[in-house]
Design a binder for this molecule. Structure first.
Ligand SMILES: [Fe+2]
Length: 371
């Protein structure tokens, strides 16, 4: 697979730490850096050569459960302005300072994200300017923090997953042999306990472009016929991290695989542990085959479902980033894709993700997930 990534030979040096861009053609950026150091230089991607053992399983207690019994589980929004992005997915919130939410409000937040799929909070400079220790304490409220096997992270903080592109390099999972940069996925769905409530924000962004697409996997499932949904409820699928690891082993993204890739089997229809809502749980990036079906059957059904996710704009929302925006989504019931339409601007896009793991996906009653 050809890519636009900067190629970095693995294990050449003990570490690789990205420095702010100073490319010849990047005059504006260079001039800016001569005037002032990059505000978030301490959060630039670092690719340590550490090796991690396999993840272990753990019991996840979802904070949204606690909010279910709250007399007013949306009271954290009492003084906020909330605008629904679409009827079934996403709300934009003004007037809440995430950095100041107490534990009760964080529980409510988890429930609200479970119900809306996606929340976009504007004017969150205090949150974004907080320390990596704060980011991690924030995430731990929602679950055990996932450490990504291949991505860059701030030095000494492997729990913070970074996305990064500038005029001269990209450290993202990006391909350029496709007619589109759209790759719908649910983050690291190959893990036995994939992430739940996920927080993401940009530290630098292009003047325009670099929006993020989201879709409701609750809605994509609901569009299907009852008979077909009944069939999907009987299925489970293999999600694989091998391709992502191979991408790094080929020298891209930082050229390091710190934990051996895994495959895991998950239900095709997943039940949210707090709301009880069903969602489609397959994605083009990581879902490889449906267990028990003949190859052609599996390929045909997955292609149909991936195409359905791709083209159903009536299930989707698009987040246009503004400085100081923090976005939260429930990775169990949504899928998303980056949009890389800003390459020509050569501007920097630098984002950070806090990724708590959640429960092992729950399937419909009676579905055997033991193998
Ligand atoms: Fe993602």
């Amino acid at each position: 697979m050809s890519t636009t990534t900067t190629e970095v030979a693995p294990a050449v040096s003990a570490t690789l730490r990205l420095r702010p861009t100073t490319g010849k053609d990047d005059k504006d950026e260079t001039q800016k850096e001569e005037l002032e150091p990059y505000r978030y230089a301490h959060l630039l991607p670092h690719f340590s050569q550490d090796r991690y053992p396999p993840l272990t399983s753990f019991e996840h207690v979802d904070p949204g459960h606690r909010a279910l019994s709250h007399p007013n589980p949306r009271s954290f929004l009492d003084n906020a302005t909330v605008v629904e992005l679409t009827p079934n997915l996403g709300s934009e919130v003004h007037g809440v300072n995430l950095a100041r939410l107490n534990d009760d409000a964080r529980d409510q937040l988890a429930l609200e994200v479970a119900r809306r799929g996606l929340l976009v909070f504007r004017n969150q400079q205090e949150f974004i300017d907080s320390s990596p220790e704060f980011y991690k304490a924030w995430g731990r409220h929602f679950g055990r923090l996932h450490i990504h096997p291949t991505s860059g992270h701030p030095e000494a903080h492997p729990e913070i997953h970074l996305v990064y592109r500038d005029a001269n390099s990209t450290f993202n999972f990006e391909v350029d042999d496709s007619i589109t940069t759209t790759v719908w996925h649910s983050d690291v769905s190959y893990e036995l306990q994939p992430p739940g409530l996920t927080t993401f924000f940009l530290l630098s962004q292009p003047t325009t472009g670099g929006d993020t697409l989201f879709t409701s996997q609750v809605s994509t499932l609901k569009k299907l016929s009852p008979q077909f949904i009944a069939f999907l409820r009987t299925l489970k699928a293999v999600h694989s991290g091998f391709e992502q690891a191979d991408f790094s082993r080929a020298g891209r993204r930082g050229g390091i695989v710190r934990r051996e890739p895994v495959e895991n089997v998950h239900p095709v229809v997943r039940i949210h542990p707090v709301t009880g809502v069903e969602a489609l749980y397959v994605n083009r990036q990581f879902t490889r085959r449906i267990v028990g079906l003949k190859r052609e059957e599996s390929e045909t059904i997955l292609k149909f479902l991936f195409d359905h996710i791709d083209k159903s704009s009536d299930n989707q929302a698009r987040v246009k980033w503004q400085p100081n925006t923090v976005v939260l989504w429930d990775n169990r019931i949504t899928a998303h894709s980056a949009i890389i339409d800003y390459k020509d601007s050569r501007e920097r896009r630098h984002g950070a993700r806090i990724t708590p793991q959640a429960e092992r996906p729950i399937g419909p009653e009676g579905l055997d997930l033991s193998s």
